[in-house]
Design a protein around this ligand. Structure first.
Ligand code: SF4
Length: 95
């Protein structure tokens, strides 16, 4: 979520933030108080319209964001994605 980046050191690779669909949105929408997936739906709808969804998700994965909705995925979604990626890598190494 772009607002979570505020306060961090600006780096050129963060320029995708300029095109985010969530700029100016209440942070509570993207950081719901629990992991109840229904609470993440409003944020996911905004992400679905966002032109930088892929960059946002890659950033969240690369920086291990454990809270909030990033790139259209909740924290639970990202955990499951990471698990699938780890499993895929293990299978690749074993073959
Ligand atoms: S994908 Fe979602 S959280 Fe990421 S910048 Fe776009 S609207 Fe914000």
């Amino acid at each position: 979520m772009v607002m979570a980046l505020e306060g961090q050191i600006w780096e050129p690779e963060h320029e995708w933030r300029d095109d985010s669909a969530c700029a100016g949105t209440d942070a509570d929408v993207f950081f719901p108080p629990s992991e109840d997936e229904s609470l993440a739906m409003a944020a996911k709808k905004i992400c679905g319209l966002c032109p930088v969804q892929e960059q946002c998700l890659q950033y969240a994965l690369a920086t291990n964001q454990t809270e909030g909705v990033w790139g259209g995925m909740s924290s639970g979604d990202r955990r499951r994605l990471r698990r699938r990626m780890r499993d895929r890598d293990r299978r690749k190494r074993a073959s």
